[in-house]
Write a protein that binds this ligand. Sequence first.
Ligand code: PBG
Length: 327
Amino acid sequence: MEIGNRPRRLRMDGRTRDLVRETRIGKSSLIYPIFVEEGKGIRTEIAAMPGQKRYSPDTLAYGLEEAAKAGITNIMFFGIPEHKDECGSQAYADHGIVQQALRIAKKEFPDLYYIGDVCMCEYTSNGHCGMIKGDSVDNDKTLPLLAKTALSQVMAGADMIAPSDMMDGRVLAIRRELDAAGYIDTPIMSYAAKYASAFYGPFREAAGSGNFKGNRKTYQMDYHNRKEAMKEVWLDLEEGADIVMVKPALSYLDIIRDISDAVKVPTAAYSVSGEYTMIKMAAQTGMIDEKAMIAETAVSIFRAGADILITYFAKEIAEMIGEGRIG
Ligand code: PBG
């Protein structure tokens, strides 16, 4: 039998395989999340996320330097305040933890790009992403607080704002607040399709919201739903979002594909704490090759259509891109 088409021809050696790669990724498409905690001298490993640390403002430079050395250019901050209260006042305090971190980071590493996660859950005593009324989160009462938080982060130096609360109307509320203060050019990356997910488990320990009871199903999306993700995306774009995000990533590759096919703005994907911890813990058993798993999962998220990847593995991925192993 004569075989004309032999797909194996393009797989015969490394150079040919590199030449025909369909998915190209670069270090500048990665965002590395860093946890900053109020206090002094903190450089504590997060038990639920081996290899990730919490830094206090005075040690933050170590974390930033490591990231910069690995070739990371984009950083996202999550804050852990000393005091939490009902209205999450440390989220929008001028000297809140993220605001402090931003000022220091901007001064010491001015070439990095800083994204502020905007949410109330690390700052409220009940651990919810907004103000509580009865046994539910009060959407409209939360909006001005989110807008204030965004503005105070931008004033402290944030280059971009990323609201992760899932309140209706937050993108518009934030856009208005920023514009009114003259920050018309500061982009908003909205966590548009954010699902209520068990994959956030380790983050809750990392962010100190361990005492959070209940769930976020009245505001985050139901993972049975696909069309609804498009609805969330259209609404956020109408409200002025510049980039839309899907979160988590690995169990939501179909959603990433839907969105990146449908919209004309960049699509971001957040590979969350549970995705990180699954690989880390499995690697500790010696049953999987950690680096190979990191490479394959990261590429799969880009292959699904993501333009930007937020991941705790950013440094490892950047290293592998540098080696030409992926990308
Ligand atoms: C805050 C927020 C969460 C994450 C990012 N921003 C937690 C949550 O919604 O419960 C999760 C990130 C991760 O798991 O890595 N709203």
